[in-house]
Design a protein around this ligand. Sequence first.
Ligand code: PEP
Length: 253
Amino acid sequence: MRRYFVGGNWKCNNTIAQTQSLINTVINRLVFDVAKVEVAVAPIFLHVPWVQANIQKNVQVAVQNTSLTKMGAYTGEISVEQVKDFGIPWVILGHSERRQYYGETNEIVGKKTRLALDHQLKVMACVGEKLADRESGQTTQVIQAQLDSIKKELTTEQWANVVVAYEPVWAIGTGRTASPEQAQDVHAFIRGWLKSQIGAQAEQQTRIIYGGSVTEKNALDLIKQKDLDGFLVGGAALKSAFTDIVAAAHSSR
Ligand code: PEP
């Protein structure tokens, strides 16, 4: 049985005081069994040291991006070696906001994923279609192309350290969630792709999590879907709703 995974993507939110408050009032009060659910939160880079020092041991820390390049003369970047050196286990890559606002192509996401895995980071790899893709019947083609670009870079073994996050772009931060059936359809497609392209082990073991306006209200229905193994949460990860979302995943395992 796959262990569920719940990620909190805090994006470019929070002052120091707000991050401290979120840790103290929400994250450090989460009660869950790590054998059932893995939980990771991703603050901005500057807040990571404080978060690492003050977070309860059951919750892991992630970063929201890593550089396409290794350490060196790349002003403004933070490299995989530096993230690993800091003891951070996870990185979110290929988020639609990175694709949309910072020009990250499928090829870049594939290469970043490879670099992170080569340096023993685990990756939440985000894929998802835009509204126009969905409306023109291109959803699975778009997702397949995103997955193919990652596959091109990875060895079969490296998939053991990848969580695939299906995040329809039209659902991110919009309050418009995919229905459980819509989510399940795409998750089943991704699982089928894992089977045919990577192998039976990847099909059975890879967690496929859903992101896009997940709230404490819709989490329970979504998590009942057969191929849904947890969530990547944005807005609701900044408030007490995150407790209920973790609890929804926990109660289903
Ligand atoms: C996200 O940014 O990964 C996300 C899912 O955001 P939200 O939950 O706010 O839609």
